[in-house]
Design a protein around this ligand. Structure first.
Ligand SMILES: NC(=O)c1ccc[n+]([C@@H]2O[C@H](COP(=O)([O-])OP(=O)(O)OC[C@H]3O[C@@H](n4cnc5c(N)ncnc54)[C@H](OP(=O)(O)O)[C@@H]3O)[C@@H](O)[C@H]2O)c1
Length: 305
């Protein structure tokens, strides 16, 4: 059993990761005051504060640190590029450096959006990134800062959906909520991605740590689809009206940050090195629906102050 410190525990990935990890390991969360009544200990810290990095590591004395903290809202990054640079580049670099000094294995969460989306085949870990907006540029900067400070770190490029504290953070929640309320929504036909259920992402990250992997990995779902197709699949699974989803182009959609068109990432390296099959999208969607039926969204929302 390892002692695992998780930053960003109130986030979409962080909360489900903590709940998954605690099945087999000891978890300590880092939160700046959003969580209540979670079933694991939490260190209250704002990573922007001086000495926060050393302080959380000294308090927790973990074997592993998984950094899920970020400014992960694309439009917020466009509006506040300086904050995006600090949270997405500088702090990951500091965490990576501190982990080397203290002998802690470090995992940093990056994004599929480091690519410009111009390739038609799946992107591999060998492909050159070319990020389009502030979020993606700072996330690539974070990868570079982590790699420069800590050669043994895991860098995981992810994309996931699941249930969040706010009930609004993921695309899956967006479609379930809007369609349940009978609202019409747009589904982008020209943005391709590989969504994974966040619990599957969490289990893969733990498997990577348990197998002592290091370096860059694509930790996304095994199937590429458009955001429109994703919405339709969610609607069908939940018995909601797929006709409420209008197929649209992302161009001219009014979103501030530029989006890459093709974020089809290969998971070949991950599945080879872990010697397992990446869960199918249908498996993740089935579990997302089962979680819904079993009240998991309410349970997660109940952890918010
Ligand atoms: N969602 C996706 O599909 C997706 C896709 C690609 C990559 N990613 C990456 O995956 C990681 C997790 O994303 P997510 O969707 O879980 O993000 P999220 O829901 O926005 O969570 C971000 C977390 O960072 C914390 N945080 C922000 N500023 C902080 C600070 N100053 N001190 C301490 N904690 C701070 C937030 O705390 P508060 O709750 O207090 O703000 C929150 O817990 C990020 O690295 C993101 O770039 C996500």
């Amino acid at each position: 059993m390892a002692r695992i410190l998780i930053t960003g525990t109130s986030g979409l990935l962080g909360i489900s990761l903590a709940l998954e990890v605690m099945r087999a390991h000891e978890v300590i969360g880092v939160d700046r005051g959003k969580l209540k009544s979670v079933p694991f200990p939490v260190i209250k810290a704002d990573l922007l504060h001086r000495n926060a990095v050393d302080s959380i590591l000294d308090q927790a004395r973990p074997d592993w640190l998984i950094n899920c903290a970020a400014l992960a809202n694309l439009d917020a990054c466009e509006e506040n590029p300086n904050l995006a640079r600090i949270l997405n580049v500088e702090i990951p670099g500091e965490l990576a450096h501190a982990c080397v000094k203290k002998g802690v294995q470090f995992v940093h969460i990056s994004t599929d959006a480091v690519f410009d989306g111009d390739k038609t085949d799946p992107y591999t870990e060998e492909d050159q990134p070319n990020p389009l907006g502030v979020y993606a540029k700072t996330k690539l900067g974070g990868e570079r800062a982590v790699r420069a400070a800590n050669a043994k770190a895991i860098l995981a490029r992810v994309n996931f959906f699941g249930w969040s504290l706010s009930g609004k953070r993921s695309l899956g929640e967006f479609f379930v909520k809007a369609l349940s309320e009978g609202k019409t929504v747009n589904g982008f036909t020209d943005v391709i991605f590989c969504p994974a259920l966040v619990n599957h992402t969490a289990r893969l990250l733990v498997a990577m740590l348990e197998k002592s992997l290091c370096g860059l990995y694509h930790v996304v779902g095994g199937q590429a689809m458009s955001k429109y197709q994703f919405g339709v699949e969610v609607a069908r699974k939940f018995g909601l009206r797929e006709s409420l989803i209008s197929p649209k182009s992302v161009e001219g959609s009014g979103l501030t940050a530029r989006r890459s068109h093709n974020l089809w990432l290969s998971t070949h390296k991950l599945s080879t090195d872990l010697d397992l099959d990446i869960p199918l999208f249908s498996t993740g969607l089935d579990e997302f629906y089962t979680q819904y039926q079993q009240g998991y969204p309410q349970k997660i929302r109940g952890y918010q102050q």
